[in-house]
Design a protein around this ligand. Structure first.
Ligand code: ZN
Length: 391
């Protein structure tokens, strides 16, 4: 029998993008020993068939976090990843805040130092979008990143709800100026990691019960309710879908459940309609926990090859006025461990667990589905064997 543990206490509030830090009043927490849990998985189970059916232990299964933002060489984080069997894909974002060159330098330094832990998803500049050679220069920049080992390219929500054309109109992600870039990515076989739009809650009145209340109450610039000049959620999702249709050989990884965290049927419809569409769960596991667990489980069982794991934790010292302290670095590592453990308890656990302070039913995903979700899909889609080998 599987032991089910309850994870309780204060947990880190995952950010909806790369622009927030963990709460400064976060209190590091420690989890009890995993020995009991590990013991419960290994006792009396020796046949190969049994091994395939047995839920993996937290540290046993390789966990690839396809959506992390770690922009400092922090030995405590490397050590954590090795101890709990996590590898990340380190995502550069955004392309319009003036930090692109700094992020690029730090990300590739980390990757060269620890190629198995920090493969890089690069991004591209959107500030020079009106210059005539924009696409050609962008593709040259991306090729240089691929030559250094970048596995994918991020596009961020700034396209859709921030940047505008010369006439003051918001530029949507299917704007023709990006088509040569998308075509180039398809031709190079590099996925587009797309954080487009926001949770639907960005277009709704602030609600203290929302999973995103903490973010929108402190980041009002991204809360679009009552701002009719902004494109609607539906318009941006339609533009994203239009990219999938226009570029059928481009692999698009929809960040944050493809911004359809409120609509499991909408996710399933897109996965059915667009074979080139994949999703990851970063910063949206908390949304999944608010759906009936049998419906979430059904989505994973129906599309086991299309969903990937991610967290979206940000460690961005280059945006801070002062360098972080070692205590802050260690606290961040502890927060990460708590998040990976809580997520695992939800996806792999049985019965009732506590997630972000709420009682929810764990998904109890079958082991083959967990193996795909946690690592095999990412390994295939991002071609991580080559990245880990430094090729
Ligand atoms: Zn992010």
């Amino acid at each position: 029998m599987r032991e089910t543990r309850t994870v309780s206490g204060k947990v880190w509030q995952a950010c909806a993008c790369a622009s927030v830090y963990p709460s400064p009043n976060y209190l590091p927490m420690r989890y009890p020993s995993l020995l009991l849990l590990l013991g419960s998985f290994t006792l009396g189970c020796s046949s190969p068939a049994c091994a395939a059916d047995t839920p993996p232990a937290f540290t046993e299964i390789r966990k690839i976090d396809v959506h992390s933002h770690i922009f400092e060489d922090v030995p405590a984080i490397h050590a954590l990843f090795r101890r709990i069997n996590v590898r990340t894909i380190n995502v550069c974002v955004p392309g319009g805040d003036g930090h692109l060159a700094t992020m690029d330098r730090i990300a590739f330094e980390l990757y060269r130092k620890e190629p198995t832990l920090y493969p890089v998803t690069t991004t591209f500049d959107v500030l020079t979008r009106d210059e005539p050679d924009y696409a050609a220069r962008t593709n040259a920049w991306l090729d240089a990143a691929f030559a250094r080992g970048a596995v994918a390219v991020k596009i961020w929500k700034e396209v859709g709800i921030d940047i505008k054309d010369r006439n003051g109109k918001f530029i949507l992600p299917d704007d023709p100026r990006f088509d040569p870039i998308y075509a180039h990515l398809a031709q190079r076989g590099k996925p587009l990691h797309a954080h487009l739009a926001e949770p639907i809650d960005a277009w709704l009145p602030l609600d203290p019960n929302s999973a995103h209340y903490g973010y929108y109450s402190t980041n009002p610039q991204w809360h679009l309710y009552g701002k009719p000049e902004y494109p609607s959620h539906a318009a941006i999702i339609a533009a994203r879908d239009h990219i999938l249709k226009k570029h059928p050989t481009l692999v698009v990884v929809g960040a944050h459940l493809g911004s359809l965290e409120h609509d499991l049927n909408g996710i399933a419809e897109r996965l059915e309609r667009y074979p080139n569409f994949f999703i990851e769960v970063a910063a949206r596991t908390r949304n999944l926990t608010r759906h009936p667990s049998e419906q979430v489980r059904a989505l994973f069982l129906k599309f086991p090859d299309r969903i990937m794991y991610g967290v979206d934790a940000s460690w961005l010292p280059h945006r801070r006025p002062q360098p972080p302290t070692d205590a802050q670095r260690n606290a961040h590592a502890q927060m990460l461990e708590a998040r990976y453990q809580a997520d695992f308890d939800y996806y792999a656990g049985q019965g009732e667990v506590t997630y972000n302070g709420r009682k929810v039913q764990a998904l109890n995903l079958p082991r083959p589905v967990l193996e795909k979700f946690y690592h095999a899909n990412a390994e295939r889609i991002y071609r991580l064997d080559a990245a880990w080998a430094g090729k």
